[in-house]
Write a protein that binds this ligand. Structure first.
Ligand SMILES: C[S@@+](CC[C@H](N)C(=O)[O-])C[C@H]1O[C@@H](n2cnc3c(N)ncnc32)[C@H](O)[C@@H]1O
Length: 190
Protein backbone atom coordinates (compact mmCIF):
# COMPACT_ATOMS: atom_id res chain seq x y z
CA UNK A 1 0.00 0.00 0.00
CA UNK A 2 1.88 3.09 -1.19
CA UNK A 3 1.28 6.78 -1.58
CA UNK A 4 -1.67 6.30 -3.95
CA UNK A 5 -3.68 4.24 -1.42
CA UNK A 6 -2.80 6.70 1.33
CA UNK A 7 -4.16 9.49 -0.85
CA UNK A 8 -7.64 8.05 -0.37
CA UNK A 9 -7.05 6.90 3.23
CA UNK A 10 -5.89 10.33 4.36
CA UNK A 11 -9.36 11.75 4.93
CA UNK A 12 -10.40 8.90 7.24
CA UNK A 13 -7.07 7.84 8.70
CA UNK A 14 -7.93 8.75 12.30
CA UNK A 15 -10.35 5.79 12.33
CA UNK A 16 -7.34 3.47 12.03
CA UNK A 17 -5.54 4.94 15.02
CA UNK A 18 -5.96 3.45 18.52
CA UNK A 19 -7.58 5.73 21.12
CA UNK A 20 -4.38 6.31 23.11
CA UNK A 21 -2.57 7.66 20.03
CA UNK A 22 -5.45 9.58 18.44
CA UNK A 23 -4.28 12.98 19.71
CA UNK A 24 -0.94 14.75 19.16
CA UNK A 25 -0.27 14.61 22.91
CA UNK A 26 -1.06 10.90 23.13
CA UNK A 27 1.03 10.05 20.08
CA UNK A 28 4.05 12.03 21.35
CA UNK A 29 3.70 10.46 24.81
CA UNK A 30 3.96 7.02 23.24
CA UNK A 31 7.51 7.92 22.18
CA UNK A 32 8.72 9.59 25.37
CA UNK A 33 11.28 6.82 25.83
CA UNK A 34 12.95 8.23 22.69
CA UNK A 35 12.41 11.96 23.18
CA UNK A 36 13.47 11.93 26.85
CA UNK A 37 17.06 11.50 25.69
CA UNK A 38 16.93 14.49 23.30
CA UNK A 39 17.93 18.06 24.11
CA UNK A 40 15.07 20.58 24.35
CA UNK A 41 14.61 22.08 20.88
CA UNK A 42 16.29 19.14 19.15
CA UNK A 43 15.63 18.84 15.41
CA UNK A 44 13.33 15.94 14.58
CA UNK A 45 12.20 14.53 11.25
CA UNK A 46 9.04 12.43 11.04
CA UNK A 47 9.56 10.86 7.61
CA UNK A 48 6.21 9.02 7.46
CA UNK A 49 4.10 11.70 9.09
CA UNK A 50 0.66 10.46 8.06
CA UNK A 51 -1.98 12.89 9.37
CA UNK A 52 0.60 14.62 11.57
CA UNK A 53 -0.29 13.41 15.06
CA UNK A 54 3.31 12.71 16.08
CA UNK A 55 4.81 15.75 14.32
CA UNK A 56 2.34 18.12 15.95
CA UNK A 57 2.68 16.43 19.35
CA UNK A 58 6.48 16.76 19.19
CA UNK A 59 6.23 20.41 18.11
CA UNK A 60 3.90 21.07 21.05
CA UNK A 61 6.52 19.48 23.29
CA UNK A 62 9.03 22.11 22.10
CA UNK A 63 11.02 20.23 19.45
CA UNK A 64 11.82 21.69 16.02
CA UNK A 65 9.91 19.38 13.73
CA UNK A 66 9.99 18.62 10.03
CA UNK A 67 7.39 16.23 8.66
CA UNK A 68 7.37 14.49 5.31
CA UNK A 69 5.45 11.70 3.65
CA UNK A 70 5.14 10.25 0.16
CA UNK A 71 1.44 11.11 0.12
CA UNK A 72 0.54 14.75 -0.66
CA UNK A 73 -2.87 14.24 0.98
CA UNK A 74 -1.21 13.10 4.22
CA UNK A 75 1.15 16.09 4.18
CA UNK A 76 -1.85 18.39 3.66
CA UNK A 77 -3.54 16.91 6.73
CA UNK A 78 -0.34 17.41 8.74
CA UNK A 79 -0.24 21.06 7.70
CA UNK A 80 -3.91 21.47 8.71
CA UNK A 81 -3.34 19.82 12.11
CA UNK A 82 -0.30 22.02 12.78
CA UNK A 83 -2.36 25.12 11.92
CA UNK A 84 -5.23 23.97 14.13
CA UNK A 85 -2.83 23.50 17.06
CA UNK A 86 -0.92 26.72 16.41
CA UNK A 87 2.49 25.08 16.07
CA UNK A 88 5.15 25.32 13.40
CA UNK A 89 5.93 22.12 11.50
CA UNK A 90 7.96 22.36 8.32
CA UNK A 91 6.52 19.95 5.74
CA UNK A 92 7.29 18.48 2.37
CA UNK A 93 6.19 15.62 0.13
CA UNK A 94 9.07 13.18 -0.10
CA UNK A 95 9.71 9.45 -0.35
CA UNK A 96 12.34 7.82 1.87
CA UNK A 97 14.68 7.18 -1.07
CA UNK A 98 14.45 10.90 -1.90
CA UNK A 99 15.51 12.04 1.59
CA UNK A 100 19.19 12.53 0.65
CA UNK A 101 18.26 14.91 -2.21
CA UNK A 102 16.22 17.43 -0.20
CA UNK A 103 19.00 19.94 0.51
CA UNK A 104 18.38 19.93 4.28
CA UNK A 105 20.38 22.62 6.09
CA UNK A 106 21.20 20.35 9.04
CA UNK A 107 21.16 16.70 9.94
CA UNK A 108 18.41 15.62 12.36
CA UNK A 109 18.92 14.64 15.99
CA UNK A 110 16.16 12.08 15.62
CA UNK A 111 14.30 10.53 12.70
CA UNK A 112 10.96 8.82 13.28
CA UNK A 113 9.48 6.26 10.91
CA UNK A 114 6.69 4.79 13.02
CA UNK A 115 3.23 3.28 12.81
CA UNK A 116 4.41 0.30 10.82
CA UNK A 117 5.36 2.50 7.88
CA UNK A 118 8.56 0.82 6.66
CA UNK A 119 6.44 -2.22 5.72
CA UNK A 120 5.47 -0.17 2.64
CA UNK A 121 9.01 -0.19 1.25
CA UNK A 122 8.93 -2.81 -1.47
CA UNK A 123 11.32 -5.72 -1.15
CA UNK A 124 14.86 -5.90 0.19
CA UNK A 125 16.17 -3.17 -2.15
CA UNK A 126 13.25 -0.88 -1.26
CA UNK A 127 13.89 -1.33 2.47
CA UNK A 128 17.61 -0.77 1.95
CA UNK A 129 17.01 2.46 -0.04
CA UNK A 130 14.57 3.68 2.60
CA UNK A 131 16.95 3.01 5.49
CA UNK A 132 19.88 4.53 3.59
CA UNK A 133 17.77 7.67 3.07
CA UNK A 134 16.97 7.90 6.78
CA UNK A 135 20.60 7.25 7.77
CA UNK A 136 21.77 9.99 5.38
CA UNK A 137 19.72 12.71 7.09
CA UNK A 138 20.53 11.60 10.64
CA UNK A 139 23.26 13.32 12.71
CA UNK A 140 26.23 11.10 13.59
CA UNK A 141 24.97 10.64 17.15
CA UNK A 142 21.31 10.82 16.15
CA UNK A 143 18.53 8.39 16.98
CA UNK A 144 16.39 6.48 14.47
CA UNK A 145 13.03 5.44 15.91
CA UNK A 146 11.40 2.81 13.76
CA UNK A 147 8.42 0.67 14.69
CA UNK A 148 6.98 -2.37 12.99
CA UNK A 149 4.27 -4.88 13.72
CA UNK A 150 5.28 -8.31 14.84
CA UNK A 151 4.41 -9.92 11.50
CA UNK A 152 5.21 -13.46 12.68
CA UNK A 153 2.61 -13.05 15.41
CA UNK A 154 0.05 -11.52 13.03
CA UNK A 155 0.55 -14.30 10.46
CA UNK A 156 0.56 -17.10 13.02
CA UNK A 157 -3.04 -16.20 13.96
CA UNK A 158 -4.12 -16.63 10.30
CA UNK A 159 -6.65 -14.71 8.18
CA UNK A 160 -9.59 -13.49 10.19
CA UNK A 161 -12.13 -10.78 10.89
CA UNK A 162 -12.00 -9.46 14.47
CA UNK A 163 -15.06 -7.50 15.54
CA UNK A 164 -14.51 -5.59 18.79
CA UNK A 165 -17.35 -5.09 21.26
CA UNK A 166 -16.72 -1.39 21.70
CA UNK A 167 -17.32 1.82 19.84
CA UNK A 168 -14.57 4.06 18.49
CA UNK A 169 -15.27 7.78 18.68
CA UNK A 170 -13.57 10.41 16.55
CA UNK A 171 -14.64 14.07 16.42
CA UNK A 172 -18.00 13.22 18.01
CA UNK A 173 -18.81 10.37 15.56
CA UNK A 174 -19.04 6.79 16.77
CA UNK A 175 -18.49 3.57 14.83
CA UNK A 176 -18.08 -0.11 15.54
CA UNK A 177 -14.50 -1.31 15.26
CA UNK A 178 -13.16 -4.30 13.43
CA UNK A 179 -9.89 -5.54 12.02
CA UNK A 180 -9.49 -7.55 8.84
CA UNK A 181 -6.34 -9.66 8.72
CA UNK A 182 -5.22 -11.49 5.58
CA UNK A 183 -2.04 -13.51 5.94
CA UNK A 184 -0.74 -12.15 2.63
CA UNK A 185 -1.36 -8.54 3.65
CA UNK A 186 -3.48 -6.59 6.11
CA UNK A 187 -6.12 -4.00 6.56
CA UNK A 188 -7.56 -2.26 9.60
CA UNK A 189 -11.01 -0.81 9.61
CA UNK A 190 -13.13 1.17 11.99
C1 LIG B 1 0.75 3.15 8.34
S1 LIG B 1 0.91 4.87 7.90
C2 LIG B 1 1.66 5.51 9.39
C3 LIG B 1 1.53 7.00 9.51
C4 LIG B 1 2.06 7.58 10.82
N1 LIG B 1 3.49 7.40 10.96
C5 LIG B 1 1.34 7.00 12.01
O1 LIG B 1 2.00 6.45 12.92
O2 LIG B 1 0.10 7.11 12.06
C6 LIG B 1 2.25 4.80 6.74
C7 LIG B 1 2.65 6.14 6.14
O3 LIG B 1 3.82 5.93 5.35
C8 LIG B 1 3.69 6.69 4.16
N2 LIG B 1 4.55 6.07 3.13
C9 LIG B 1 4.35 4.91 2.44
N3 LIG B 1 5.36 4.68 1.60
C10 LIG B 1 6.24 5.72 1.77
C11 LIG B 1 7.51 6.06 1.18
N4 LIG B 1 8.08 5.28 0.25
N5 LIG B 1 8.14 7.19 1.58
C12 LIG B 1 7.56 7.99 2.53
N6 LIG B 1 6.36 7.73 3.12
C13 LIG B 1 5.72 6.61 2.74
C14 LIG B 1 2.21 6.63 3.83
O4 LIG B 1 1.82 7.65 2.92
C15 LIG B 1 1.60 6.75 5.22
O5 LIG B 1 1.34 8.07 5.59
Amino acid sequence: MGEVAYGSLASVYEWLVPDAKASPTGKAQAFEMVTAALDPGAQILDCACGIGLLAVGLAEAGFRVTACDASPAMVERTQGLARAHGVEVSTRVCRWDQLPDQGWQDRFDAVFCVGNSLAHAVGRSGRRAALEGMAFVLAADGVLALTSRNWEQVRSAGSRLDVWDRLVERAGRKAGACQVVCVSGYGDGG
